[in-house]
Design a protein around this ligand. Sequence first.
Ligand code: HXC
Length: 257
Amino acid sequence: MAYENILVETNGRVGIITLNRPKALNALNAALIGELARALDMFEADAGIGCIVLAGSERAFAAGADIKEMQHLGFPATYKDDFITSWERLSRCRKPVVAAVAGYALGGGCELAMMCDVILAAENARFGQPEIQLGIMPGAGGSQRLARAVGKAKAMEMCLTGRNLSAEEADRYGLVSRVVPLAGLMSEAMKVADTIAGLSLPAVMMTKESVNRAFETTLAEGIRFERRLFQALFATADQKEGMAAFVEKRSPSFRNS
Ligand code: HXC
């Protein structure tokens, strides 16, 4: 099926989704979010894909939810239709997603980036939750994920004033994995994604699940959860292959089983 608001391609075992509404700085309208969900469904079902890269343009990862689309909404429709539900598809993706963020990642754009697992930021990236300036507030997890990522004081300042973070600040505060030159953003994101996609998919998926559990449970429960997954991986052929390859001083050849 054709896409109108995103570009979808593959490179080896990496699926690449590029947000593509350049005239609106990749403002996230319902059509785009629907297409994103469809592309994620496809990559998740594809055994040939081990990791996904989500990117925007050099000017904007995404400048937020589409304000023109939301402008005339009332509470009943916002509540009944609950359009944010479809945004959650990204946070439910079981395969790792690397966000390649250049330019603006504002409002829903910042929230989308925070739903990803690794965020690489170009030097020109700007992260912010400016919703307060529109008389609203973050609605796709921003107040929660930002507070967990950068702590209460910084999250409060960002959400209450709308101040953006530079890439350097975002790096210092732990919001992003690292900052890279704009020209090298996609190649770095592909390097990370290729590395992940070359590993054992069951181990990768369980690792993602385990790290995410850290944000949803107590330390003792999280550690129990991690241990069970760790033990489960000893039932995979890839564990045998990975350890045999180490002992035999060769590269492993994982079968994702
Ligand atoms: C709709 C948007 C948009 C958005 C930009 N555009 N952001 N359209 N929704 N979020 C459009 C502009 O209207 C304009 O279209 C074109 O993109 C270029 O934008 P400019 O403003 O002319 O560019 P510039 O002067 O460079 O300023 C860039 C900017 C600014 C600082 C990023 O566009 C901006 O402040 N955008 C809004 C950011 C924001 O408030 N985001 C949060 C949205 S609420 P025309 O047709 O005029 O050329 C949100 C809630 C999420 O995200 C909750 C969960 C669902």
